[in-house]
Design a protein around this ligand. Structure first.
Ligand SMILES: [Zn+2]
Length: 63
């Protein structure tokens, strides 16, 4: 089970997928939604929209 590199929270598959999409496809270090918000200085709503968008595109990284 992967945990957030920053805060240690257990990650959902969507959070892992989002890190791969936003940070680095080959990343082995992942971040939770809250920490991704911090890193990208955006709100959670935007990241949730992004997940929906990637899902619609049929991205295999998202559950
Ligand atoms: Zn975190």
């Amino acid at each position: 089970m992967s945990a957030c590199k920053n805060c240690g929270k257990t990650l959902t598959p969507n959070e892992i997928g989002l890190t791969k999409k936003l940070v680095n496809r080959g990343s082995t270090e992942f971040y939770c939604m809250d920490c991704l918000c911090e890193i990208f200085k955006c709100d959670k709503e935007l990241l949730e929209k992004k997940i929906e968008q990637f899902k619609k595109q049929g991205c295999v990284l998202f559950a």
